[in-house]
Design a protein around this ligand. Structure first.
Ligand code: GLC
Length: 445
């Protein structure tokens, strides 16, 4: 009975304290827009999932899926030796692909840290490789002119104080977990997180973005109370006021609790909304179907699919964070490299339809088999033609009187057009231009 009363009382207390405390980091929409500007203009970033799980070749969830006990799982730690690691090369590949920022797993769910954290032994410097992996990464990416973000896992399958939940490899059933958790102290783990975040946000210079992963409130789950999310948030913001933070702290309803939404491995039907309003968003996507290195994946997306994904995200006002899973030797898989170079070939001629672009105003209707992006600064509209018309004409319904000039983007060759009853007809070559996705740049009146 006592217990029954305790829970609602606690909930009330938390709610009261949330409401009462004036949020220190509240900002106006204009201030937020300014903070987010580089990121919204960049549109395209690289996600990197790399850890000792890369040695398994069976993805970053292998410990959980295969219920691998700690003693056995450390074989990956004991054999971690990424002799081909060359972050300058990674940065070059990202840059050439047209990416403008990168987010790397400083720590994933397995708990292994790429940097020389003072608060754990489970880190790169204690592997046979023996060196910090994060510091050279930051240096190389910065030097290549890319923005740098850290992914930091809220989950931790290695830390002895992290309590079992439904996503823990040791979780068998609620009773077993409750029993085991009596020997674990989540508060101590939260302290650990705070200490590590302090390291990440004070020892690597400016950090542009933080990707915290993830919350799963409810039965046998974890959410804001478990992580002490608001405390983490104010710690982060106090250390790096300009940082951009994703939305996985379970603070969706909390003012300032997140900066952008992160639909994962899906393409939203339209601009992502929250409370009826369009919000900044980014979809993170894999190339292979998996985040960490997956040797035997059959799910490789083609270069053209990846390019289309980028265009589609921008056409709906969002970003694409495209993932690569380096091998245990520290190299990008060759198939990944080929795709990045292919994207880069397209971006070299078409990035103008990506950077600084967004969803066009509603008056511009999407023609069949096309995706539209729009640059509000230059007032140019970009028609991405996914399926080249066989009849040499592209019909733009309701565009009459709005078009000043049009050209193919890759070679700036004029596209002639005529007007017909309020519509515009573009006259295109019969042969599809030899680029993955041809783009017509339309100069609006
Ligand atoms: C999920 C997975 C994780 C991956 C992440 C990327 O939350 O747990 O493995 O890092 O999505 O968004």
């Amino acid at each position: 009975m006592k217990r029954l009363l305790l829970i609602p009382a606690l909930v009330l207390l938390v709610l009261l304290s949330l409401g009462a405390r004036k949020w220190k980091y509240a900002e106006t929409p204009a201030e937020k827009a300014r903070r987010m500007r580089w990121w919204q203009e960049a549109r395209f970033g690289m996600f990197i999932h790399w850890g000792t799980y890369s040695l398994s070749g069976r993805s970053e969830w292998v410990k959980y899926y295969e219920k691998i006990p700690e003693e056995e799982y450390t074989k990956y730690f004991r054999h971690f030796y990424p002799d081909l690691y060359d972050p300058a090369r990674w940065a070059r590949l990202a840059r050439e692909a047209g990416m403008r920022y990168a987010v790397i797993t400083a720590k994933h769910h397995e708990g292994f840290c790429l940097w020389d954290s003072k608060y754990t032994d489970y880190k790169a410097t204690n592997t046979p490789y023996g060196r910090d992996l994060l510091r050279p990464f930051v240096k190389a990416f910065r030097e290549a002119g890319l923005r740098v973000g850290f992914y930091y896992s809220l989950l931790d399958w290695h830390h002895p104080q992290y309590t079992l939940d439904k996503y823990h490899p040791l979780f068998r059933n609620p009773n077993q977990a409750r029993e085991e958790n009596r020997h674990r102290n989540m508060k101590a783990y939260v302290e650990y997180m705070k200490n590590q975040l302090r390291e990440l946000l004070t020892q690597f210079g400016r950090v542009d973005l933080l990707f915290l992963d993830f919350s799963f409130p409810g039965k046998n789950g974890k959410g804001r109370q478990d992580w002490h999310s608001t405390e983490l948030l104010s710690l982060i913001r106090s250390l790096q006021p300009w940082i951009i933070i994703n939305d996985r702290l379970d603070l969706l309803d909390f003012p300032g609790g997140w900066d952008y939404r992160t639909p994962e491995q899906v393409m939203p039907r339209g601009w992502v909304k929250h409370g009826g309003h369009r919000v900044p968003w980014e979809t993170c996507q894999t190339i292979t179907g998996y985040w960490g290195y997956m040797r035997d994946s059959n799910g490789w997306k083609s270069t053209r699919q990846l390019i289309t994904m980028l265009i589609e995200a921008v056409s709906k006002g969002g970003n694409l964070l495209l993932n690569v899973g380096p091998t245990g030797r520290g190299a990008f898989p060759e198939k990944t490299v080929r795709r990045l170079k292919g994207i880069g070939r397209w971006m070299r001629y078409h990035s103008r339809s990506i950077y600084g672009c967004t969803q066009p105003p509603d008056e511009f209707k999407k023609p069949d088999n096309c995706l539209l992006t729009y640059n509000p600064q230059t007032r140019r509209l970009y028609i991405h033609v996914l399926s080249w018309p066989s009849i040499g004409r592209l019909h733009l319904e309701g565009y009459g009187g709005k078009v000043e000039y049009a050209q193919l983007l890759h070679d700036a060759s004029e596209v002639k057009f005529t007007e017909e009853k309020g519509d515009v007809i573009l006259h295109l070559p019969i042969r599809k231009p030899a680029v993955a996705v041809p783009v017509i740049e339309v100069f609006l009146k």
